[in-house]
Design a protein around this ligand. Structure first.
Ligand code: NAD
Length: 475
């Protein structure tokens, strides 16, 4: 069984949970420990003991460690990408791409450890010196989802370590293999015992981490429903919290858009990674002058996508992660039809020779923004087209959602692109690009109901993983 990593030791604890390949459920990826409050308590104690010495390390020490970890991930990208695709179901190319991303993130934050700085200012009082220092928070808890099982643990773990914090990583119980592999790499990288801890398990372990009084901050990525509870618990004990949650991301296609580019953006954004991305475009808001041509061209592209085993060559779209998510996708297909949306492609369960969770990519047309399929996050390869008159209506519809993660626009109009960048209610805006697919050296995060607290990644990461201390001196 793959064990937890607590206080520098591999330890048993709790039940063993099965990690199965969603492309072929007969394939057992491995057995992973599933802990609860006892393992969380042990990990928090270890992190608390280790935190002061780690906070006192030099930026050079932290740079070297993160750089080493990044190098190993990059060197093992094929093997880690294979594991990722096998346990999560995105295609091998996507899996390897995500492993590379994780390596790049560690390299980036190695450099950020060196660049962390405070500010020295002139005081408003004569003779007084005033400066702000950036200091580690202490012990941080990281709770991650299954859909980016190595990139998200990496983009939380790397800045936590770079800026001098000790941490407990609690990955998703649905795909714990990549987080375990990351822990194995970190266990050999020369970190003092207790600085990095891995506790695997489900909601019970996540909840125990959230509630533990020894945890100074929680960084959570996952669903809105769970995120709200995490926020309530952390805020009630006055701990710092950051949440990245779901989206209902619009991709607006205007009459003047490059048709091929717009169709590519829709296929890539809505369907790749089986639509299981928080940044997926699920609402395709299309102006009436291009609507019919766009739908016809999109339909042609979708018909040619190959849905199959994530690890097989030539697969465009792998399976849904598990039976529960597949049922959710199928339920939303039924809901859309019952609401009067017209399903023009897909939406049915597929058989692929092996027992796996396959679904045909689905496209709805003639939908309204008020339908549930356009209001609630489905998290599958399902998109709905909403026909609009012009840019003004498109923008209003795009913004008419409680979510605000990312908004996309396809246009050749500089005027509309500029206006959209300013007025789209989202933390990220893409012009002539798919809504999914981001850089690792800039902030990532949403607005409205998609996020809470400071953004992740890039220069924004230090806002969460450090706190400001203002010092006054009369020399
Ligand atoms: P989830 O909310 O079910 O689980 C996320 C994590 O929370 C898991 O580790 C889970 O074990 C843990 N958890 C469950 N119950 C808990 C509790 N009571 N207290 C504390 N932790 C608990 O989400 P998921 O199904 O793993 O992931 C899919 C969701 O994540 C989607 O909504 C997606 O949009 C979102 N997501 C958001 C981003 C982003 O950056 N905005 C990125 C990826 C995924």
């Amino acid at each position: 069984m793959h064990q937890h990593f607590i206080g520098g030791e591999w330890t048993e604890g709790g039940e063993a949970m099965e990690n199965r390949n969603p492309s072929d459920t007969g394939d057992l990826v491995g057995l992973y420990a599933s802990g609860g409050s006892a393992e969380i308590a042990a990990a928090v104690e270890a992190a608390t003991t280790a935190a002061p010495a780690w906070a006192a390390t030099t930026p050079q020490q932290r740079f070297q460690l993160l750089d080493l970890v990044g190098s190993e991930i990059l060197a093992r990208q094929k093997e880690l990408g294979y594991l990722l695709s096998r346990e999560e179901g995105k295609t091998l190319a996507e899996g390897i791409g995500e492993a590379v991303r994780a390596g790049q993130i560690f390299k980036y934050f190695a450099g950020e450890a060196l660049r962390l700085s405070g500010v020295k200012l002139d005081s408003v009082r004569p003779g007084v010196e005033v400066e702000t220092l950036r200091q580690p928070i202490g012990v941080v808890g990281l709770i991650t989802p299954w859909n980016f099982p190595i990139a998200i643990p990496a983009w939380k773990t790397a800045p936590a370590l770079a800026f001098g914090n000790a941490l407990i990583l609690k990955p998703s119980e649905i795909a714990p293999g990549c987080a375990w592999a990351l822990a194995e790499i970190l266990s050999r990288a020369g970190l003092p015992a207790g600085v990095f801890n891995l506790v695997m398990g489900g909601g019970e372990a996540g909840s125990a981490l959230t509630e533990h009084p020894g945890v100074d901050a929680i960084s959570f990525t996952g669903s809105h429903a769970v995120g709200r509870g995490v926020a309530a618990k952390t805020v009630s004990r006055l701990a710092k919290v950051q949440l990245e949650m779901g989206g209902k991301n619009p991709l607006v296609v205007l009459d003047d858009a490059d048709l091929e580019l717009a169709v590519n953006a829709a296929v890539q954004g809505a369907y790749y990674s089986t639509g299981q991305r928080c940044t997926a475009s699920s609402r395709l808001i299309v102006a009436e002058g291009i609507h019919d041509r766009f739908v016809a061209a999109l339909l042609e592209r979708l018909k040619n996508l190959r849905v199959d085993d994530a690890l097989a060559e030539g697969t465009d779209i792998g399976p849904v992660v598990d039976e529960r998510q597949l049922k959710k996708d199928l339920d939303y297909i039924a809901i859309g039809k019952a609401e009067g949306a017209r399903l023009i492609l897909g939406g049915e369960r597929l058989a692929r020779g092996k027992p796996g969770h396959y679904i045909a990519p689905a496209l709805f047309v003639d939908t309204t923004n008020a339908m549930r399929i356009n209001c609630e996050e489905i998290f599958g390869p399902v998109a709905a087209v909403i026909r609009v008159k012009d840019f003004e209506e498109a923008l209003a519809v795009a913004n008419d959602t409680p979510f605000g993660l990312v908004a996309g626009l396809c246009t050749t109009s500089l005027k509309h692109a500029s206006h959209f960048k300013r007025h789209a209610q989202a933390g990220m805006v893409m012009v002539n690009l798919p809504t999914a697919g981001v850089d690792y050296h800039v902030p990532f995060g949403g607005s409205k109901g998609s996020s809470h607290g400071s953004h992740e990644q890039g220069r924004a990461a230090k806002d969460f993983y450090t706190s400001d201390k203002t010092c006054y001196t009369l020399p």
